[in-house]
Design a protein around this ligand. Structure first.
Ligand code: G4P
Length: 525
């Protein structure tokens, strides 16, 4: 591809993830977007768990059994001249480190909040990861068709709980049964919840932001209340600041109802315009590499095994960070300096996989892998070595002690363990004193997947004994005294032999901190 053409197509990419707490409406809004993108024709296509529609994808067996999606898949569509990539972030019980890692491969995030519930636990966790990256975050306050919290309250919560400024782009006129519409501050119009035959979906406002006196809605007390709130926003609210949005310090806020498809298109239109195209990526050296650099480079953010159980294959998900990917190209795997020919690449849609011929910075490709790749690996073309920084590790929250059921199977047990840990399926720790294996994960399902795969791929039955939910905190080895360990503050070491404590709860952690005031404890992301 010519340089100019590469620049043009990269500029069209919009790659993002939706972060939310389960049931806030992520699937519903994703579906609406796919409908606008012309990828699906009816709602209920994505949500396999309720329609039983997931049979078309040959995801892992465990996934089918449970009717949930273990994998973060990628959905692509073209919309208003842009090429959109939505990376799915599994929630519910399938919340895992993959959910976090996916956030390392996007250029923006959309945060969906249930307007009746406000900011919930999982949203908060995912938000912290995105915030740390300093990428733009857009907020959709969902379920406006139900009675929810006061909009001002919801905006206030963004600042109080997430420490991010909220800048409303539209404002609800009523909610639940009284929902009349959205006052659109950007387009200076009102979007009606019940469009009228005569005037259609939108009522234009005058330069002062008012409806003409002849409009019956002006008699509605909700309209007058909305005008008062808008006035308040204009004097006391956060003015839109594109720089702050770009750094993730301010979030444009949209209200709407995904289920009734109200406000979704307005949101999508604004989002597509404001969300960034792929930009330069920072390298491990501290330099940065432009997305439009002619050399291809990318990094592995996820490895998915056994998508097709018949073939025992693994797929490495690559975020293209620069240049263009072409089928059959030769690349260097930075870690080993080996040359690999990329013949078999796959583009993702949640229920279909197509062979990809070419893709550019911002896109995600899946490469069939026979064990070459590890999470965080960089691949590139050209003579100049390119290395992307290691992906962050996320602090696991639940732990299990694990052993092989059959002692004769130690060899395959160790092999399976080593490979699955390398793949990032779970994190491995050893008891500091006894060297027992302890697995850590951020979601329960990671253990189930681990157990299932040990059995299916390595023919090893494992015994898992729960340690439960723990707070993991690393300690400087210099400050460590093994006597500090107890069953309530279990001392273990990670793969790099770094010591850490697994505290039973916050109380034990505080107790420890009081007892050893000079000891510094740190969490990962
Ligand atoms: P998730 O992916 O974030 O977990 O949420 P999902 O879209 O599955 O939505 C969770 C529930 O909330 C679903 O109802 C969905 O229909 C509903 N929902 C989503 N958006 C809205 C909205 O704007 N208004 C209202 N009133 N409900 C909304 P469910 O009963 O769990 O499932 P279903 O049987 O209706 O599919």
């Amino acid at each position: 591809m010519e340089q100019q053409q590469l620049t043009t197509v990269v500029q069209k990419r919009r790659t993002f993830a939706i972060i939310s707490h389960p049931d806030a409406g992520k699937t519903t809004i994703t579906e609406q977007m796919l409908l606008f993108g012309g990828v699906i024709r009816s709602a209920g296509t994505v949500k396999g768990k309720k329609t039983g529609n997931f049979a078309t994808s040959d995801w892992m067996e465990i996934e089918k059994k449970r009717g949930i999606s273990v994998t973060s898949s990628v959905m692509e569509f073209d919309y208003q001249g842009k090429h959109v990539n939505i990376l799915d972030t599994p929630g519910h019980e399938d919340f895992s480190e993959d959910t976090y890692r996916t956030l390392m491969a996007v250029d923006a995030a959309v945060m969906v909040i249930d307007s009746a519930k406000g900011i919930e636990a999982q949203t908060k966790k995912l938000f912290q990861v995105v915030k740390k990256r300093g990428i733009p975050i857009f907020t959709f306050m969902n379920k406006l068709d139900r009675d929810g919290r006061e909009p001002l309250d919801l905006i206030g919560e963004l600042e109080d709980l997430l420490d991010i400024e909220g800048c409303p782009f539209n404002w609800p006129m009523g909610s639940g049964k009284n929902l009349q519409g959205l006052y659109d501050l950007r387009a200076n119009r009102i979007e009606l919840y019940h469009p009228r035959e005569a005037s259609g979906r939108f009522l234009e406002l005058d330069a002062a932001g008012h409806l003409p006196d002849s409009e019956p809605l002006t008699q509605d007390s909700l309209y007058r209340q909305t005008l008062e709130e808008i006035e308040l926003l204009e004097t006391a609210g956060n003015p839109f600041d594109a720089q702050k949005v770009a750094r993730g310090e301010q979030t444009p806020v949209f209200f709407g109802s995904a289920l009734t498809n109200f406000g979704v298109q307005t949101f999508l239109d604004e989002f597509i315009n404001l969300a960034p195209a792929p930009s330069a990526h920072e390298l491990a050296s501290g330099e940065s590499l432009a997305a439009t650099d002619p050399e291809f480079s990318g990094f592995v953010f996820k490895i998915q095994a056994n998508m097709n159980p018949k073939h025992r294959d693994r797929i490495a998900f690559i975020r293209i960070a620069s240049g263009e990917f072409q089928k059959g190209m030769d690349v260097t795997l930075q870690r080993t300096q080996k040359t690999l020919r990329l013949n078999n690449a796959t583009e993702f849609m949640s229920d279909q996989r197509e062979q990809v011929q070419s893709a550019v910075a911002g896109d995600i490709v899946g490469l069939y892998d026979t064990g070459n790749f590890q999470i965080g690996d960089t691949i590139y073309t050209g003579k100049k070595e390119i290395t992307y920084p290691a992906l962050p590790q996320f602090t696991p929250e639940i732990f299990m002690r694990v052993t092989a059921k059959n002692v004769m199977k130690q060899k395959s047990f160790h092999k399976g363990m080593q490979q699955l840990v390398q793949e990032g399926a779970v994190q491995l720790y050893r008891n500091y004193q006894t060297n027992d294996y302890i697995l850590g994960a951020v979601g329960q399902l990671q253990f189930e997947v681990f157990k299932f795969r040990m059995q299916n791929e390595y023919n090893t039955e494992v015994v898992m004994e729960t340690i439960g939910s723990r707070i993991a905190r690393w300690i400087d080895p210099e400050q460590l005294d093994p006597k500090m360990s107890s069953s309530r503050s279990l001392l273990v070491k990670d793969l790099a032999d770094q010591p850490l404590f697994l505290f039973e709860n916050q109380f034990t952690e505080r107790w420890f901190e009081n007892k050893y005031p000079d000891v510094k404890l740190t969490a990962k992301l």
